[in-house]
Design a protein around this ligand. Sequence first.
Ligand code: ZN
Length: 165
Amino acid sequence: MALLEIKKYPDPILRKKCESVEEVTQEMKDLAKSMIETMERNNGIGLAAPQVGKLLRVIVVQTEREPIALINPKITRKTKEIEIMEEGCLSFPGVWLKTKRPRGTEVEAIDKDGKKVQIKAEGLFAQVLQHEIDHLDGILFIDRIGLFQRLKIKIQLRKIQHLNK
Ligand code: ZN
């Protein structure tokens, strides 16, 4: 299975909206497998298809037991309770930001065998799911931070853009 190249900010593909997957084909399973391998090789705990250049609603996330792929994931519930956590992203190497997100969430999706799954998540796992699902609509974690953090990150982002050149 081939490792995939991770698109780094400010690659314009990271701002695009992804399309739903109509059918879980072998090609889709292969993509999910390669995404899991790419995530693990880069020590990530989540990865979304646009980050590897595919505009499809597919994410992979690390769970306590094993990495899983979720197709067409949708958030069906969010808790009112908010949690502030430090967050990173494989498209922003070296950048860590405090984001505010609902503490718990429920997600509906299709697994790699085409079966419908429902996931209840809290804490870090909930945060990762929300982060990855955001990617499918072109939303990045830098959109989920306060003004003060935003000023701080400007400097870090400039460094990344410089490295990408
Ligand atoms: Zn990310």
